[in-house]
Design a protein around this ligand. Structure first.
Ligand code: DX5
Ligand code: ZN
Length: 222
């Protein structure tokens, strides 16, 4: 199967929270494909970020698809709220959901693109049975909770094995990777089959967001 086109998804977590609307315009003009939004509840992960009201407020300032990464316990309780707020892609952690297939089907029923997320320590076997229900699989290449952590190279092999499994079964599911991705780390996972690259500090940590996004794309072409 031919490789899906590369999509760069800046993660808002590293943006300047005092001027979010401008930050969104900036990355949209800079050529981002998707906007990644990290929702944290202080329970599933040690950090707290934002919820549906903030996402709804940002929706009118940006045309990019909103990729909402839920790092929360009991995500089923909030799926409808996130969809109403403007989430286009919604992903839940396999570690946080007891009835994964039902949750993914519910996300699709709400009209969003369902995704499942795996922590670095979680095995692909957790999601094998639900791959046909997933628009995307998000592989964490850091332990979730914070931006700016070091890339865990061990996750490249997981991406490769997932790519092989998807190809073997002829599934169109996208592989997204999140954590520590920057021009110096992104080439290997993309060569292994990742097509959606989340980048927080590598994009918002630089003044020129256009140059930051271009540098990520160029690193993948080499
Ligand atoms: C971490 C979040 C990431 C984070 C990535 O838990 O899921 O999306 O923003 O930040 P960087 O790219 O700086 O590692
Ligand atoms: Zn994320």
């Amino acid at each position: 199967m031919s490789a899906p086109p590369l999509q760069v998804a800046p993660s808002l977590l590293s943006a300047d929270f005092a001027r979010l609307a401008e930050e969104l315009r900036d990355v949209e003009e800079a050529g981002a494909d998707v906007l990644h939004l990290d929702v944290m509840d202080g329970h599933f992960v040690p950090n707290i970020t934002f919820g549906p009201p903030l996402i709804a407020a940002l929706r009118e300032h940006c045309k990019l698809p909103f990729d909402v990464h839920l790092m929360i316990e009991e995500p089923d309780r909030y799926l409808e709220d996130f969809r109403k707020a403007g989430a286009d892609w919604i992903s839940v952690h396999a570690e946080a959901v007891p009835h994964l297939q039902r949750t993914l089907a519910r996300i699709a029923e709400l009209g969003a693109k369902p995704g499942v997320v795996l922590n670095p320590g979680s095995s692909l076997s957790l999601i094998e049975e639900v791959l046909p229900d997933c628009h995307h699989v998000l592989l964490m290449s850091v332990n979730p909770g914070f931006g700016g952590q070091a890339f865990l190279k061990s996750q490249v092999d997981k991406a490769r094995r997932l790519r092989e499994e998807l190809d073997r079964r002829g599934l169109p599911t996208l592989i997204e990777m999140d954590g520590g991705l920057a021009p110096d780390t992104v080439a290997e996972p993309v060569a292994a089959g990742v097509s959606v690259v989340v980048a927080g500090s590598a994009v918002f940590g630089r003044d020129d967001r256009g140059a930051a996004i271009r540098a990520i794309r160029e690193a993948c072409e080499r």
